[in-house]
Design a protein around this ligand. Sequence first.
Ligand code: ADP
Ligand code: MG
Length: 227
Amino acid sequence: MSTPLIRARNLTRVYRLGGGDVHALAGIDVDIERGEYVAVMGASGSGKSTFMNLLGALDRPTSGTLVVDGASLADQTPDQLAAFRNKSVGFVFQQFNLLARTTALDNVSLPLIYRGMSAAKRKARAEDCLRMVGLGDRMDHHPSQLSGGQQQRVAIARALAGEPSILLADEPTGALDSQTSADVMGIFDELNTSGITIILVTHEDEVGAHAKRRLWFRDGLIVEDQR
Ligand code: ADP
Ligand code: MG
């Protein structure tokens, strides 16, 4: 059998605070294969974002092992982690995090500078990605000229532009009304059908139902792995 895209063993993240330690992740074991569509579910404070931040190398484990896309994230240098983030993961956040004074096209194409692509290639790739999320007719709009759902679609296009191995989304529909949320989930569904690995955090059952696998978190542990 080939190695899974993600392998976590006894994955632990402890925040050391004055008043005592917080075991945000208390020793997680999980494998996720290429092409999976996984929802990370559970109550507020159960460790979902901590897990996602480790997967995306935005944070480092306290102990345990974590191998993602061939990189052992527990023992990489900061430069190696930055290279991993740039190559392997695309992030989508609840609050879109778009550049306000910048067109949709530039929001998507600017991060590609770090991939050493020519301006013409960046523009072509950004246009492709915006079309993929149904925004072919909104490329010159600024975020303030777009609805919340459209802004989130720009953020998804930006996350895809670098052809990441994994799309990580932390509460991507948390700021959207239910109809818009359904539209955005439709895009994730299509992307997964086209082969992209998706891991998304949600505490909404309706959103989690789109995924093919649900990992339920409680008190820093996976208490149910539901397929
Ligand atoms: P979730 O995303 O499921 O709501 P988090 O992963 O954000 O949960 O948090 C898990 C636990 O870790 C919570 O008890 C939270 O208060 C704590 N925590 C998260 N981030 C920090 C931090 N930077 N410093 C200290 N404690 C934190
Ligand atoms: Mg969270």
